[in-house]
Design a protein around this ligand. Structure first.
Ligand SMILES: *Cc1c(COP(=O)(O)O)cnc(C)c1O
Length: 368
């Protein structure tokens, strides 16, 4: 049977249908309905954050947060991420300035941020990539010293805690994605977590065309609201999220046990003081593995197993940005992007399949 890199978790069909039933009565299908409000409330509690603003998807949450802050100029960010992070910056008329990543967890290398700050810098947009926690303390301190906003792309980091705090409570705002492929999902969806009430107010308007009330439109917004069918999916999935993460932990730990100690194969290491969510299992195929990553991709594919070069290429190397950025300035990011693979990861991935995947990977190695 085909094994994909992700497989969406879903509640029982009946559970979802039952939760949808009241909508046939109320006919309130979108525009901040009862389920939308209930989901926002429950998410604040689960994520351990002050407030969340729900969105049609994570990307619009990030894009509108940058808009709501009225930022101008340069934004320091990472090229080792999904297209969304960089596009959200550029689509706001801002200029991304790419900071290199560190080689253990692939998050922004905080020691390299200050060299990139200019009089035009207005914000830092780091990514908790694969659910690994950025150096939030250094980043927040640098931001404070230089009067910069910090907006975390926490798309991968649902439920992650650092020093027992919700990861979304760091910085000025954090965006979580609830896309179907993420640890927690609402089919499509996302949220922005912040304790800034003025920002919450701006986001509320911007995601509804900038409409404040029936006769006042004081923001150039768009439509980025979460509908009730998605909110209900979220409420159902949230009931089972701890179970889901626990199942992911088993898969993750099996991978780590199977793949540790193989020459030339880097696996993600645990971080101190972090409660993980086991969102992804990336491996880095170093040169001394003896075979490049394409060989692993091909052999797994012959076995109906599909992995991803996630993230490759770096966003700074995208065709749409050709000639604008120089990825040789982020050598660690480039090194990782050229060697990384993310392996199949989902709550219901069978342990025997994990072993089989790892056997295949091991058999590829050491053959020059
Ligand atoms: C998934 C993802 C997003 C975008 O989220 P959507 O909900 O799909 O819009 C942004 N950043 C990263 C790193 C992601 O993986």
């Amino acid at each position: 049977m085909r094994i994909n890199v992700t497989r969406s978790s879903m509640p029982d069909f009946e559970e979802y249908m039952e939760a949808l039933r009241p909508l046939w009565e109320s006919r309130w299908l979108t525009n901040m309905g009862a389920n939308h409000e209930e989901l926002a409330k429950q998410l604040c509690k689960y994520l351990k954050v002050e407030n969340v603003s729900l969105f049609v998807n994570g990307h619009m949450g990030l894009e509108m947060t940058l808009q709501a802050m009225g930022l101008k100029g340069e934004v320091i960010t990472t090229p080792f991420t999904f297209a969304s992070t960089t596009h959200a910056i550029v689509r706001n008329g801002l200029k991304p300035v790419f900071c290199d990543i560190e080689s253990d967890h692939y998050t922004m290398d905080a020691s390299k941020i200050e060299d990139l700050i200019t009089p035009d810098t207005c914000a830092i947009v780091p990514v908790h990539v694969y659910g690994s926690v950025c150096d939030v303390e250094s980043i927040d301190r640098i931001a404070k010293d230089h009067g910069l906003k910090v907006i975390y792309d926490a798309a991968h980091a649902f439920g992650v805690r650092y020093k027992d705090r919700g990861i979304g409570s760091y910085g000025d705002a954090s965006m979580f994605s609830f896309h179907a492929t993420k640890v927690f999902h609402t089919i499509e969806g996302g949220c922005v977590a912040t304790d800034d009430d003025a920002l919450m107010d701006r986001l509320w308007m911007l995601k509804d065309f900038g409409i404040r009330d029936e006769e006042t439109v004081d923001g150039i917004g768009a439509n980025a609201k979460m509908n009730e069918f998605c909110a209900v999916m979220g409420l159902c999935n949230l009931r089972h999220i701890d179970e889901e993460i626990e199942k992911r932990r088993h898969v993750f730990e099996r991978y780590r046990a199977d793949l540790s100690g193989i020459k030339g194969l880097g696996v993600l290491q645990a971080q101190a003081d972090v409660k993980q969510n086991y969102a992804y299992f990336p491996i880095v195929v170093e040169d001394d593995f003896g075979q490049d990553r394409q060989k692993i991709v091909d052999v797994l594919k012959e076995n109906d197993i599909y992995v991803r070069k996630y993230f490759y290429p770096l966003t700074s190397d995208f065709d749409c940005y050709r000639g604008e950025y120089d990825s040789s300035r982020t050598p660690v990011a480039r090194h990782i992007a050229e060697r990384v693979l993310t392996l199949p990861m989902s709550a219901d991935l069978n342990i025997n399949d994990v072993d089989r995947i790892c056997d295949i990977i091991r058999s590829c190695g050491g053959k020059g």
